[in-house]
Ligand binder design. Structure first.
Ligand code: ZN
Length: 148
């Protein structure tokens, strides 16, 4: 099991497809986003047995103003409505989850700063599962509201 928090280069773990980009442009908002594992998408997409993924790399768009959550190298897109998980960082409401491992919303994180300390500790001990539970496939700590 890899430490998701050390996954800074976008989780390009294998040595297959080295020539393909780790970042790619969302076909809707035209911003660059980082690669996400197919395994992660399968944890969040509705009826994955019907919504077959193609043999290609996929990327995660985190823009709250863009309906696309995942997009493929071939330009195919998977919208919010095709997921069974609400992607907190794509919602303007503070009540959706930002940490899927421990069930923390942005509003809860704002109310209780100790939660972030707790999660930081858990990630150090490799007790988190951001690589699959978080729709982005990445560590949630960067999604936490800044505390002053
Ligand atoms: Zn997008």
């Amino acid at each position: 099991m890899n430490d998701c928090c050390n996954n800074k280069n976008g989780g390009n773990k294998g040595n297959e497809n080295k020539l393909l980009p780790i970042k790619f442009i969302c076909p809707v908002n035209q911003q660059q986003y980082i690669e996400v594992a197919k395994k992660t998408i399968l944890q969040h997409i509705k009826a994955p047995w019907e919504n077959k993924l193609d043999e290609q790399k996929y990327y995660f768009c985190d823009d709250p103003d863009c309906d696309v959550v995942y997009f493929g190298l071939n330009g195919s897109i998977i919208n919010k409505s095709e997921l069974r998980t609400v992607v907190g960082k794509k919602e303007k409401s503070d009540n959706e989850l930002i940490c899927y491992c421990f069930g923390v919303s942005k509003s809860l994180a704002k109310k209780n700063p100790q939660i972030k300390t707790y999660i930081t500790q858990q990630t150090k001990e490799h007790n988190c599962s951001c690589d699959v539970k978080n729709p982005s496939g990445r560590c949630c700590l960067k999604d936490f509201p800044k505390m002053h």
